[in-house]
Design a protein around this ligand. Structure first.
Ligand SMILES: [Zn+2]
Length: 489
């Protein structure tokens, strides 16, 4: 090759690289900064001091993802719930054995024997009450047996149903939906996910932070071969409705509960219906009808209740846990739509996959963050521990119930925790910084790396994971040991 041409080629390559560099520089300039939107600086006095309630947003609700708002509240359904289509279960005849059914209902999905008021277990089938109002309406579900065995027809795939060839990207083809918890932005106050310590420090808004984590996770997981979809990509609701649209329904709900119906009480109830039930129902509709993923990652930051909401303080002992679907309360089990969803989870084999995924996910998060396991009260009526793993708890949150696939619901870091608050104030950054006496990654990147690592660990582990009796015991032990080391029990 003539020397002149070579020089020309080299010059062209240099030019191309320079061009790419400039384009990259422009992109990074124009990309929105990955810092939490710190909201308005208005000094609203008492209102402004919105104190984050415990993450345990009370859940009493849901089913079925309709666009329309029901005309009126029914005491036999969850909030905004509609009468379920029980014929859906025709697809799940002979998919669960009697022993698995009884075990799951007893150990995972309820906290007591009250489920038996609704499910009559016979030798080869169970009769399920379809309607709280009419006891003659029953659905017969036949159990799997030695002769008849059917496979559940569901949209999501368990790990053993996804073929990831060895030597390829570790999450190749895994369909992942990411649900950044809450809305954030202008809605952070109304959804009570905004923490203000004092006037000198900017507010912390959960919905903004979960979106930062989610956006970074998309890049990370796609690089590893996953097909990733964000359920929310701005600090705007996914829900097409607004609080005003729920006024009539809110009023009917207050009337059923014989609560005072005032302008203020209707408004407050409508707001809750909007950001909690309505918003999550809409996300469920998108997940179940459009995305149909193998798993959903629900990203959250936790917060502890304040001893005195008017004088917020930072809390010393932070914690972490993950929530799986389970622990339907007595009143939730009495709702026709919730009972239906519970049964759907059982016949889809949801818990088995969710528990294995969550064990790997929790191990990774605990190692990366050093956070202690959150402990619910031993006699809690709305939480059950899962498989003795201190980080895993079954609860009937709306998202866990309505997303028809395994859900990994993360609750690390306290927005009003001493250490995390400081890190949240610093925001996102590359590399390491010295914060609170330690070299740390940004709280967002630590979260992203830990979630990624847990998923890769799970999907790339050999499929001995079928009965990981020993492996599971080991990991549970090491987590407990770690808690001991941290001085938590
Ligand atoms: Zn949250």
């Amino acid at each position: 090759m003539p020397r002149k041409n070579l020089a020309l080629e080299v010059a062209l390559v240099v030019l191309a690289l320079l061009g790419a560099f400039i384009v990259q520089a422009v992109i990074s300039q124009t990309k929105p900064p990955r810092m939490p939107e710190l909201g308005g600086q208005e000094k609203g006095g008492g209102e402004e001091q919105t104190v984050v309630a415990s993450e345990t947003l009370v859940v009493e609700n849901s089913e079925d993802q309709n666009h329309a708002i029901p005309a009126a509240f029914s005491k036999h359904l969850s909030s905004l719930g509609t009468i379920p289509d029980w014929s859906v279960l025709d697809n799940y005849q002979y998919t669960v054995t009697k022993s698995d059914f009884v075990r799951l209902m007893t150990d995972v999905y309820s906290v007591g024997d009250y489920w038996k008021e609704w499910f009559k277990v016979e030798d080869d089938h169970v009769m399920v009450r379809m309607s709280a109002e009419d006891e003659t309406k029953e659905y017969k579900l036949s159990f799997m047996n030695e002769v008849v065995e059917a496979k559940a027809k569901r949209y999501w795939r368990a790990k053993k149903e996804i073929e990831i060839p060895e030597g390829t990207k570790p999450l190749l083809g895994v369909r992942i939906a990411i649900d950044p918890g809450h809305i954030g932005g202008d809605f952070a106050s109304v959804e009570q996910r905004r923490f203000v310590l004092n006037e000198a420090t900017p507010p912390i808004q959960e919905g903004n932070m979960t979106l930062i984590v989610a956006e970074q996770l998309v890049d990370q997981l796609e690089m590893l071969g996953a097909q990733v979809t964000l359920v929310r990509s701005s600090n705007q609701p996914v829900n097409p409705f607004r609080p005003e649209d729920y006024y009539a329904y809110a009023k009917s709900k207050l009337q059923v509960f014989k609560s005072a119906v005032t302008e203020a009480s209707v408004k407050r109830e409508a707001q809750k219906l909007f950001y909690r039930n309505g918003e999550i129902r809409e996300r469920a509709r998108i997940i179940n009808e459009q995305i149909r993923p193998d798993i959903v990652l629900c990203l959250h930051f936790n917060a502890d209740p304040q001893p005195d909401p008017l004088n917020p303080i930072l809390i010393e002992n932070e914690h972490f846990h993950m929530i799986l679907n389970g622990a339907y309360t007595k009143s939730e089990m009495a709702h026709d739509d919730e009972r239906f969803k519970c049964l759907l989870k059982v016949v889809q084999g949801n818990h088995e996959e969710e528990a294995k995924l969550a064990a790997a996910a929790a191990k990774s998060l605990a190692e990366a963050t050093g956070l202690a396991a959150y402990q619910y009260a031993p006699n809690s009526s709305r939480a059950v521990n899962v498989a003795g793993n201190p980080y895993l708890w079954g609860r009937n949150l709306i998202a866990n119930r309505l997303f028809d696939c395994p859900v990994l619901y993360y609750e690390p870091y306290l927005m009003n925790g001493k250490d995390s608050f400081e890190r949240m104030q610093v925001g996102d950054y590359e590399g390491l910084r010295f914060i609170n006496g330690k070299l740390r990654f940004s709280i967002y990147r630590e979260y992203v790396q830990a979630v990624t690592r847990g998923l890769v660990d799970y999907y790339s582990a050999a499929e001995k994971a079928e009965v990981p009796a020993e492996a599971e015991d080991d990991s549970a032990l090491s987590l407990e040991e770690e808690s001991d080391m941290l001085g938590i029990k």
